[in-house]
Design a protein around this ligand. Structure first.
Ligand SMILES: *Cc1c(COP(=O)(O)O)cnc(C)c1O
Length: 426
């Protein structure tokens, strides 16, 4: 069967033919490839065509697809049964390893997705502070729980409004929205709602509006403002965790967060999330404390086997980080050069192994800059790259991910494909 045939069937039984919206390729007006298998830096569709992959399952596949260490750990776990609904040894080992590698955390609660991790972290912050309001940043994504699907736009001071149908205004009004990299805006909100804000929630590197690194004083400034106003600082490290390095953004930027959330990489390709904090905070979670949160499949033995194998591999092979960071730097530089030669207005942001080309001539350091990119041009570029067997995120406002399986040769091929693709833009 072809992808088109599968998609025609899919749209009859799955909304938009998919189980997560961006997979539907609507932002690029194409029919998505149905993927059959993947190996290393390559994914292969149902028609047998192979692509060099820069989506990497949206970040988790930092070691490349079908890594033997992870596959073998999963095979071993499967032999013993899929789920017991009872504690297992791997959950303890996973939490011990995370506490060892991530600064400032003493306890961990495993969940099944990034959405669940951040939703639960916010509940913990509210429970611990006895405050209802939360502060997030426009263009940051924290999963699809009600209070986080808010994108306040115009009147942040007046409180949020829902950006999804189905989110009650009564819920959204507790979510305040500031601009990423704008400390003064955060300060104004904290002063406008004194003693009411439970937490400031941030992606330490904004990676869901393309990629926007924090300005040098932004994260330290958030720390200071949270301390001054008695709010907890939550780093949503669902993307940056174990991607910027073993210690995540706290280590990379030298800024302590009160609660840290993880997902994506810590599952090694399985559905896993986690929220972590000091013992004093985490012991407020059930069954120790009054903040209720539970999960039938949380800490699932097969998922833990995959996540543990991936984190152990990263711990034992620190050269993975120098490799992916170096390739990302080569790629960012190469894309800038390709754009220049092709006469295309592209601005590339990169930090560690995360990068994003924006179709705008201006530097991108804020949401409003990212919104200034030409998404029509991105769609054409995407299609041109796909024709050259390079699989990018099917939307401008996503990151490109490098993995340990990508090579310098892959990057060189990507840069020449990009030059051709950019030259062909209308
Ligand atoms: C992907 C993502 C989430 C949501 O994780 P899911 O596993 O898709 O629910 C939350 N926060 C950030 C920063 C993410 O990138």
């Amino acid at each position: 069967m072809t992808s088109q045939q599968l998609f025609d069937q899919a749209v009859q039984v799955l909304p938009g033919g998919v189980n997560s919206p961006v997979r539907a390729f609507r932002a690029v007006n194409l029919v998505p490839q149905f993927i059959q298998r993947a190996q290393g830096a390559r994914v292969c569709d149902v028609e047998g065509r192979e692509y060099l992959d820069y989506v990497c399952s949206w970040g988790p596949m930092i070691l490349g697809h079908n890594h033997p260490a992870i596959r073998e750990a999963v095979e071993q776990a499967v032999k013993d049964g899929l789920s017991f609904g009872a504690p297992t040894q791997r959950e303890v080992e996973m939490a011990q390893l995370m506490v060892e590698l991530v600064p400032h955390i003493e306890m961990v609660r495993m969940v099944n997705s990034g959405t669940e991790a951040v939703m639960s972290a916010v509940r913990l912050a509210r429970g611990a502070t006895g405050r209802d309001k939360i502060l997030k940043f426009e263009g940051c994504y924290h999963g699809h729980s009600d209070c986080l699907l808010v994108n306040a736009g115009s009147s942040a001071l007046a409180g949020g409004y829902p950006s999804s149908a189905g989110v009650p205004a009564d819920v959204a009004r507790h979510t305040l929205t500031a601009q990423f990299n704008d400390l003064a805006g955060v300060e104004a909100l904290l002063e406008a709602y004194p003693g009411q804000v439970a937490c400031v929630l941030v992606e330490p590197v904004a990676a869901n509006m393309g990629v926007i690194p924090p300005a040098p004083d932004f994260l330290p400034g958030l720390r200071r403002l949270c301390d001054r106003h008695g709010a907890l600082l939550i780093f949503d490290e669902v993307i940056t965790g174990f991607r910027l390095g073993l210690g995540g953004a706290q280590d990379y930027f030298g800024v302590r967060a009160d609660i840290v959330t993880f997902g994506k990489i810590i599952g090694g390709g399985m559905p896993v999330g986690a929220y972590c904090a000091s013992r004093a905070l985490m012991e407020q979670v059930a069954p120790c404390g009054a903040v209720y949160q539970a999960g039938t499949l949380s800490g699932n033995p097969v998922a833990m086997a995959a996540g543990l194998a991936q984190l152990r591999w990263l711990r034992d092979h620190p050269e993975v980080y120098s490799h992916i960071d170096r390739l990302a730097a080569l790629l960012a530089e190469g894309l800038e050069g390709a754009a220049e030669r092709a006469g295309a207005a592209v601005s590339v942001n990169r930090i560690g192994s995360l990068l994003a080309p924006f179709f705008t001539p201006s530097p991108v350091s804020a949401f409003v800059d990212a919104k200034g990119s030409d998404v029509g041009k991105y769609a054409q570029y995407f299609a041109n790259m796909l024709d050259r067997d390079i699989y990018l995120a099917p939307a401008q406002f996503e990151a490109m991910f490098l993995s340990a399986a990508h090579s310098e040769e892959d990057v060189a091929r990507t840069i020449s494909a990009a030059e051709e693709s950019l030259a062909g833009l209308s």
